[in-house]
Structure formats: structure tokens, C-alpha cells
Design a protein around this ligand. Structure first.
Ligand code: HEC
Length: 711
């Protein structure tokens, strides 16, 4: 099959070489030997990890078996490489012929000798600090794409950059977004048939989603597909024009385009070379609250959908919408695994997804028709999915914008499973899902207005912040769970689970050695028996792990690699819940393991929090309450629920700036720390509002045991 496919690709590429040549002559035609498509044939290179999910199927299954269930207990650290960034690290590294290519926070790219861990080069795209406020979920990056000696990285401020893989020199750079809007890129590009595919994020802030394809050689845009309609009557001149007008437009109401509508393609893509279909995962609505976004309802296509496109042209082929009219941030951007399964005695070409909403979907990837959908966690927003219509039976109480009441959703907006990649082993037939149970209370924001800076959800995060009552808080903290789950996608049932402390653990890797690897939020990196979930090995990585492991071999020796570094949305926003997994040292590293490793990590610990001066409370109770409301609208996404930071960004209760009105204003109003990712908010917040936030933070500081002791 691969030979036939490669041949087709060669013919197509040769045709391109001819048609794009200014003066075609026989000599040129015979010397331009099109390179074979390495990623289509990635199964022939088990030593390498050529694409984000290793192959286009995104199974994250490696045929390497030198490290296996019989000897993994002896796995040891071979080398470590420390990044120069201390924010969340989400990258899946690639390995091509002995060289590892990874990224770190702030979209920096590193080339590392895969055997020794020595840095060969680093490329810093110099993402400006002020762009940090355009992200919902930390200044993370999930990795590069590789194609014919070039690397491609999407930067946090929306550029797509091609680098020479040998030197890190920039070959081309193109801006993929309107810089006046809060777009960001955190996802890894993919390259299909010489086109670099990239989406973007920003639906928590206010943007319109799309995916674009760029020529890998020149950086010229080939096509763009918008996932939600724009202003009626205004054509984009994009591949999506016709289908948006025909199918999507009628499913929206009001003036959604003014806020963007959302539907960002911020993470997952996969590709079937045989069907020549590119699968794209589409995100949530912007703002979340459907009553604000599309007053009067509607399915709001293509929010929360999987779309199949032709990679050459961006032409629409089919779509499947998981959550019509989404308003719970139930993105369909989680990884889509392609596999061939025997279902009811018939071989089926399927696409599998375990998105945030808690159902495990199996689709026919040729037609987009739903084969099955069953809950893989406890969920309450829908009672099931109708297999004929493909629609969920949504619980009317879940529509918080219509009921006017708080709806505590299971799963919540952080999802039963988010971007942390799952994996599929064709040997066991199981999918290994980094699963979590974290509810989320949604209530409409009665004072909604569009903020120029920061998040715009239409949901009141202040009303649902942690209660003061100790017992209630403990119950919430204890209810948040995380575990590795092995799921049988054919029979839609759980086979085993390995529990962890707290949610937000890393992605998974399955190998032919009968193993599953996963890192957890407390910093444990584990290997399990893929068949029964027995833990066979673990390593203390010193900081939380959210990224996914890979494996490769050089000179016949197998290596396992994981990127470590606590961060991302849960670590920033999660407050006391996220703190449950410990206050982590601020480090980010690449760790690589072999059976004969001899390295060790230098001892490290989290910086202690010290309260230098006990502040004096000022302001009326009304001012403190206003400060609390402002804080939970503007600051919470970075400094944590109720001003409790789990350690990635400053815990404001301990900041010396709370004692000094002018210093506080220079940071929070004027943006004295802008270059570090802390912009000023004076365009959105009055000096009085900024003072009110200070009075609220002081009220929080005074609840600290050390403040009580000192007073
Ligand atoms: C987009 C993320 C983000 C948002 C939103 C944000 N901050 Fe920050 N903040 C940061 C970062 C990053 C730093 C650390 C900067 C550095 O390294 O010095 C910081 C630092 C600070 C500091 C200095 C703390 C210290 O003592 O070191 C204060 C004060 C502060 N922020 C207040 C606020 C307030 C108040 C809000 C809401 C109005 C807010 N921040 C919103 C990211 C953010």
C-alpha cells in the first residue's frame, strides 16, 4: 500500500515540478528527482519520530520494543537538557536521523543531539511579552513539523516560520493572523503534500477560527478555511466561502461576527493518505455564552466539530458536530486517532476522539458518519448521543444561559481529556487516555462587556470562584481527579485505570514493547504494562509533566524522551485545586532515558514563598468585593482562582507590590513588567478598579496563616 501511495505522490510532485518551472526542459525534468514522502511512509522509519503524532494517523504507537515490559524496570536517565524558559512546556519533540527538534515556552526551537543531549542550536523568535495577554492558557508551544530538511514552528504571536533543520537559520516567515486581534499559536504545524498546515487560538478572547495551508518551500499561502461564517454578504475569498454560506451561515443568529464566533483550530489534525482526507478539530464558541454569541440559538456550525478537507485545496468534504451550539467550552480539538478496527465483524476505517465533553467518539473516517459514542467518564450535560442523527441529547438544565441558574457541569471546561495526547496500541487494541474529572460551574455574566485585553467568556468566573468555607473547598479540591485510562474503542468500555494525585497529567505513548508511558502533574514519569495497567517503572522528574513522551532509536539503541515543566491553563487558573499536586520548582527540561543511562538530575526545590511585610487592609467591603469581581474577570487566568497561584506565575498575596499603591499601579496599570508577559490594563481598568483589586488581594493575604501569626 505504501509503495503504491508513494508512487502516486511522486507522480503528483513531478507534475508540480514541471508546471512550476519557468523554462521547462528535459534536463531539469530528469534532474529534479522528487523526494519520497517520508511521513506517508513513516512506518518504514521506526527509529525516527517524524511528525507530531509520529505518523499521520497520530496513534503515538512506536514499533520499537528493545525497551519492553520485561526490562523497563531498569530504565535510567541518559541525559537531560534544561530550557531557558520557566513557563509551561507542552512540546512533543521530533527525532530525525539522530537529531531531536523540540520547542519550549515562548515558541523557542531547539535542535539537540539525540544521543548526547548536547544543544546544536536554538532559535528564538523573540515573541514580544505583550502578546502573552492574548493567550488563554500560558505561553506554551506543542512542537515543530519537519519536511525535507526544514522545520516549521508557529509562534505565540501568530507567525509561521520555516527554519533550516541543520542550522536553525530562518528560511521564511509569514504572519498568519490579523495582529490587531487576540490570536495566538500554540499548536504544532503538520505538513501534508508539501503544504504546512497551521491554525490558531483565541476563542476565549474573541476571534474567528480558521486553518491555513502554506507552501513549505516558499511560505506562500495556498488556501484558508474559516470554521465559522463571517459577516453575512461579505465573502472571504477562501476555500470555505461556499460551504459556510450554504451550511453554516443559517445556523447562526445576531451579530456573532463582531465578537469573532470562535471555532479555533488550536491543536489537532490528522491525515489519511489513502483517502486523501485531512481531519481538523474545531474548538469552542467565542464567547462561551451562546446567548451573547448567537442570541436566539442555532447549532453554530462548525463549532465543536471535526471537519474533513482536501489537503491540496481546502475543499470541504464532510463534518461531524459533537456539540451543537456549544457553550461549555467543549472543543473538538482533542487528538483524532486514525485506525482500522473490526467492528461487528467488519473492518472499519475509523477516526477516534475523546474530547473534553466526555464521550468517546468512533466515526467512519471516509464519510464522517458516527459509529458509536459512549461516555468514558461520568457526565451530566447529555444523556447520550443519537446514532441516527449524531446529535447529543442535551440536558435542558445544562443551558445556564437560558435557565439563569448555575450549572455545575461534568466534565467542566478543562475537559474529561484535553490537548494532552492519547495513544493507541494496535497490539492491545486499547486507547490510553489521560483522563480527568473536574467539574465546572457555569453561570451567565450579568455584567458582560467586551474587554479589549484578556478573556471574554460571558460566564461569571467571580460567582463561581472558590468558596470561603473550608469544608466546601476541601470537597471541591478532593473531587478533582486524574488517571490514565485504557479504553476499548470497539466495545466502548474501560479496561483499566491508573490513578494519580490531581488532574492535568501528561500525554501518553504506547510501544510495541507492551508499554504505556505517561508523566503526571506531580512530576512522576511512569511506565505501565499496556495490557493490565500494572506500574512497572517510575522516575521523579522534579516538576509537573503535561507534555507527551516519545521514543526513538539511534545506532540500534532505544531512547525514551519526555519534556517536563509545569504550566498551562490548569496550573495558572486552578488555584487551590492545582496546588494539590505541589508547588513545583520552575524548571523545564528534556529528559531522555535508556537501559544503560548514567545521568542524574541536580537537586532542586520550589522557591519558598515569603511574606515580607504584612499589609494593612484598606477599602470598604464593597470595594473589596468589586476588586474580587475585577480580579476574577481579568487576572484569574494567569494568577489563579482566589489569588492562589500554584507557582508558575507570581502568587499576588505575597507580592511586595500590594504594599505600595504607586508600584502596584505601575505594574497593573502602566505595564512595567510588559516584557515579562505582564501587560498593563489601564485601557480596560480605571485607577479605582486597579486599587480595588489591590484591596481584594490584601484581604486574601491577611487570611494566610503567616499573616495571622505576625499580626
Ligand atoms: C496573561 C497573563 C497575566 C494576566 C492576565 C495578569 N498577569 Fe500579572 N503577571 C503575569 C506575569 C507573567 C508576571 C510575572 C512577570 C515577571 O516575571 O516579572 C506577573 C506579575 C504581576 C505582578 C508582580 C508580582 C511580583 O511581585 O512579582 C503583579 C502585581 C501582577 N502581575 C498583578 C496582576 C493583576 C492585578 C492582574 C489583573 C488586573 C494581572 N496581573 C493579570 C501575567 C499576567
Amino acid at each position: 500500500m505504501h509503495i503504491r501511495l508513494s508512487h502516486a505522490v511522486i507522480v503528483a510532485t513531478a507534475a508540480f515540478a514541471v508546471s512550476s518551472c519557468q523554462t521547462p526542459d528535459k534536463a531539469v525534468m530528469t534532474t529534479v528527482a522528487p523526494p519520497p514522502d517520508r511521513i506517508v511512509a513513516a512506518e518504514n522509519e521506526p527509529q525516527n519520530w517524524l511528525s507530531h503524532g509520529r505518523t499521520y494517523s497520530e496513534q503515538r504507537f512506536s514499533p520499537l520494543a528493545a525497551i519492553n515490559s520485561g526490562n523497563v524496570a531498569g530504565l535510567k536517565l541518559a541525559w537531560s537538557y534544561e530550557f531557558d524558559t520557566r513557563r509551561g512546556q507542552e512540546a512533543t519533540p521530533l527525532v530525525v536521523d539522530g537529531v531531536m527538534y523540540t520547542t519550549s515556552a515562548w515558541s523557542k526551537v531547539q535542535a539537540i543531539d539525540a544521543v548526547t543531549g548536547k544543544l546544536l542550536w536554538q532559535y528564538d523568535p523573540e515573541v514580544p511579552g505583550e502578546s502573552a495577554v492574548n493567550g488563554c492558557c500560558d505561553v506554551v508551544n506543542r512542537g515543530v513539523a519537519y519536511w525535507e530538511g526544514k522545520l516549521f514552528v508557529g509562534t505565540f504571536d501568530g507567525r509561521l516560520i520555516a527554519l533550516d533543520a541543520r542550522t536553525g537559520a530562518v528560511l521564511w516567515s509569514t504572519l498568519t493572523v490579523d495582529p490587531s486581534k487576540p490570536y495566538t499559536i500554540t499548536g504544532a504545524p503538520r505538513v501534508v503534500k508539501g503544504k504546512v498546515l497551521i491554525g490558531n487560538g483565541g476563542a476565549e478572547l474573541g476571534v474567528r477560527g480558521y486553518i491555513s495551508a502554506y507552501d513549505a518551500r516558499t511560505g506562500k499561502m495556498a488556501w484558508r478555511f474559516y470554521t465559522v461564517p463571517g459577516e453575512p454578504g461579505v465573502k472571504d475569498g477562501a476555500a470555505s466561502d461556499a460551504i459556510l454560506e450554504k451550511l453554516a451561515g443559517p445556523t447562526w443568529k445576531g451579530e456573532w461576527w463582531k465578537l469573532g464566533g470562535g471555532g479555533t483550530v488550536w491543536d489537532s489534525m490528522s491525515y489519511d493518505p489513502e483517502l486523501d482526507l485531512l481531519y481538523v478539530g474545531v474548538g469552542n464558541g467565542s464567547p462561551w455564552n451562546a446567548a451573547i454569541r448567537s442570541p436566539g440559538g442555532g447549532d453554530n456550525l462548525f463549532l465543536s466539530s471535526i471537519i474533513a478537507l482536501r489537503p491540496d485545496t481546502g475543499e470541504y468534504v464532510w463534518h461531524y458536530q459533537e456539540v451543537p451550539g456549544d457553550q461549555w467550552d467543549y472543543t473538538a480539538t482533542q487528538q483524532m486517532i486514525l485506525a482500522d478496527l473490526m467492528i461487528d465483524g467488519k473492518p472499519r476505517k475509523v477516526l477516534m476522539q475523546a474530547p473534553k465533553n466526555g464521550f468517546f467518539y468512533v466515526l467512519d473516517r471516509e464519510t464522517g458518519k458516527l459509529i458509536s459514542a459512549e461516555p468514558f467518564v461520568k457526565l451530566n450535560w447529555a444523556s447520550g448521543v443519537d446514532l441516527t442523527t449524531g446529535r447529543p441529547n442535551i440536558n435542558p438544565e445544562a443551558r445556564y444561559n437560558l435557565t439563569g441558574k448555575t450549572w455545575v457541569a461534568m466534565p467542566g471546561s478543562l475537559g474529561a481529556h484535553s490537548w494532552q495526547s492519547m495513544s493507541y496500541s494496535p497490539q492491545t487494541g486499547l486507547v490510553y487516555i489521560p483522563t480527568q474529572e473536574i467539574g465546572f460551574p457555569y453561570i451567565s455574566d450579568p455584567d458582560y462587556r467586551h474587554h479589549k485585553r484578556g478573556i471574554n467568556l460571558g460566564v461569571d468566573l467571580d460567582a463561581v470562584s472558590m468558596p470561603d468555607d473550608d469544608a466546601a473547598r476541601k470537597q471541591i479540591v478532593d473531587s478533582a481527579k486524574g488517571y490514565l485510562m485504557a479504553w476499548d474503542p470497539v466495545h466502548q468500555r474501560e479496561m483499566w485505570r491508573a490513578p494519580y494525585l490531581g488532574p492535568d497529567n501528561g500525554g501518553t505513548l504506547a510501544t510495541a514493547g507492551g508499554l504505556v508511558f505517561e508523566g503526571d502533574a506531580t512530576g512522576g514519569f511512569h511506565a505501565y504494562d499496556a495490557g493490565n495497567g500494572k506500574e512497572l517503572w517510575s522516575f521523579p522528574a522534579q516538576t509537573g509533566i503535561i507534555a507527551a513522551p516519545i521514543t526513538y532509536s539511534v545506532g540500534g539503541k532505544q531512547y525514551v524522551t519526555i519534556v517536563t515543566g509545569w504550566g498551562g491553563i490548569y496550573a495558572l487558573l486552578g488555584g487551590e485545586m492545582a496546588l494539590k499536586t505541589g508547588r513545583h520548582p520552575k524548571i523545564g527540561r528534556v529528559l531522555t532515558f535508556t537501559l544503560d543511562g548514567k545521568a542524574s538530575l541536580p537537586p532542586t526545590s520550589a522557591e519558598p514563598l515569603t511574606l515580607f511585610d504584612i499589609p494593612r487592609q484598606f477599602g470598604t467591603p464593597a470595594m473589596i468585593a468589586e476588586g474580587k469581581a475585577r480580579y476574577h474577570r481579568t487576572c484569574v487566568g494567569c494568577h489563579g482562582d482566589s489569588a492562589v497561584s500554584p507557582g508558575v506565575l507570581p502568587d499576588l498575596r505575597y507580592s511586595t507590590a500590594i504594599n505600595d499603591k504607586d508600584l502596584w499601579y505601575s505594574i497593573v496599570g502602566d505595564g512595567a513588567l510588559t516584557s515579562q508577559g505582564m501587560v498593563g490594563f489601564k485601557a480596560d481598568l480605571s485607577p479605582e478598579a486597579i486599587e480595588a483589586i489591590r484591596s481584594y488581594i490584601i484581604s486574601r493575604t491577611l487570611r494566610l496563616p503567616e499573616a495571622k501569626k505576625g499580626s
